[in-house]
Design a protein around this ligand. Structure first.
Ligand code: TTP
Ligand code: MG
Length: 358
């Protein structure tokens, strides 16, 4: 098999997206620690941080951290409730602007996208294009983004995260292994905490060590996912930039005012989530295949359980049955802090969903 030597992929990710939009809307916030998420209620709030400005990150505040912890780290920070419609509108404008550059494009989330910029012809020209895109977004939308450019999607994605905020990292083919090698395995998309711990038990901490590991050893530990993981560690990722419209998943979650194990409270809350995601699903004209339930217990340990159906559907009763069944397997004697429900595996993007499973 011959590899196309001119494959050049660009990954763009907006910097502290929701917080940056808030700062743009209210210039008085510039330079200050800004946290978007749940109400901290003077340190007693129970939700989580959605994102934080880089000033807030400098004191340790991070996405998904309990909002009360963020408050204790920086009581003087500006805490704002999310304005999802505003962020969705700004995202739509930025994505349209990116599309206007004329390259095949794949939006992956509200604030990130891949572009196949192979026609740029060289990595030098690709770097200049990256600067041009950053300039256009700053000029037209008053926002900064980070860009990574590489010979594959995985390298581009890791590169965009390398120098945030405002970074531009170009990784030409001959420097891929030198670039990836020293980075921790967690930088590979799909490698989470569990896989990281497993890999550490094999003495593997860096991407370079993973790339150099025996596939047989990885296969014994990880099964089928091992080959994909090993390839990604070597920067090998043949997946194409696929034009995709619409979301990849629809989800809702609720943090309880007080941790609970009451079956009636859990059932009623799950029913609200079921109704909510179903409304969203049918509103978007989507049909799903996978239902995932998330439970966060007292103490913040979080578990998810998923079930996939052989056919796509948008049936409310199917969601309800699957959600109830999955929830039952997650209930123990531990009190529950948060319940979440997600639908995914929509008709148009099945191949991607399965590919991402490491
Ligand atoms: P990210 O791109 O992961 O984060 P970010 O843009 O805030 O910061 P950066 O890329 O500079 O590291 O996510 C994009 C948006 O998605 C983020 O602004 C808020 C939202 N989000 C959540 O609501 N919860 C989360 O746990 C994460 C990670 C993001
Ligand atoms: Mg971002």
């Amino acid at each position: 098999m011959t590899e196309n030597p001119l494959r050049i992929i660009l990954h763009l990710d907006m910097d502290s997206f929701y917080a940056s939009v808030e700062v743009r809307e209210d210039p008085d916030l510039r330079g200050k620690p800004v946290v978007v998420g749940a109400d901290p209620k003077q340190g007693t709030g129970r939700g989580v941080v959605m994102t934080a400005s880089y000033e807030a990150r400098s004191v340790g505040i991070r996405s998904a951290m309990p909002i009360a912890r963020a408050y204790h780290l920086c009581p003087g920070a500006i805490f704002l409730p999310p304005r999802m419609q505003l962020y969705a509108r700004v995202s739509g404008e930025i994505m349209a602007s990116l599309r206007s550059f004329g390259f095949p494009m794949e939006q992956v989330s509200i604030d990130e996208a891949f572009l196949d910029i192979s026609p740029a012809g060289s990595f030098d020209a690709a770097g200049e294009l990256g600067e041009e895109i950053q300039g256009a977004i700053a000029r037209d939308y008053g926002l900064t983004c980070s860009i990574g450019i590489g010979p594959s999607k995985v390298v581009a994605k890791i590169a965009s995260d390398y120098k945030k905020p405002g970074g531009l990292t170009v990784v030409a083919p001959h420097v891929v292994s030198g670039f990836l090698g020293p980075l921790p395995v967690r930088k590979i998309p799909g490698i989470g905490e569990k896989a990281e711990v497993e890999l550490r038990s094999l003495g593997i901490r860096t991407i370079g060590e993973l790339a150099g590991a025996e596939v047989q050893v990885l296969l014994a530990r990880f099964g089928r996912g091992a080959v994909g993981m090993h390839n990604l560690a070597r920067g090998v990722d043949g997946s194409e930039v696929v034009e995709r419209t619409g979301p990849r998943s629809v989800s809702r979650e609720t943090t309880f005012d007080a941790d609970t194990i009451e079956p009636e409270v859990l059932a009623a809350t799950m029913e609200e989530l079921v109704q909510d995601v179903h409304r969203n699903l049918t509103g978007e004209g989507l049909r799903f295949r996978t239902v995932t339930v998330k439970v966060r217990y007292q103490g913040f340990v979080t578990r998810t359980k998923a079930r996939s159906f052989p056919h796509h559907t948008d049936d409310l009763a199917t969601i309800r049955r699957a959600a109830d069944l999955l929830l039952r397997t997650l209930i123990s004697d531990k009190k529950i802090r948060l319940l979440g429900l997600r639908l995914s595996g929509f008709e148009t993007d099945d191949s991607r969903q399965t590919r991402l499973t490491v």
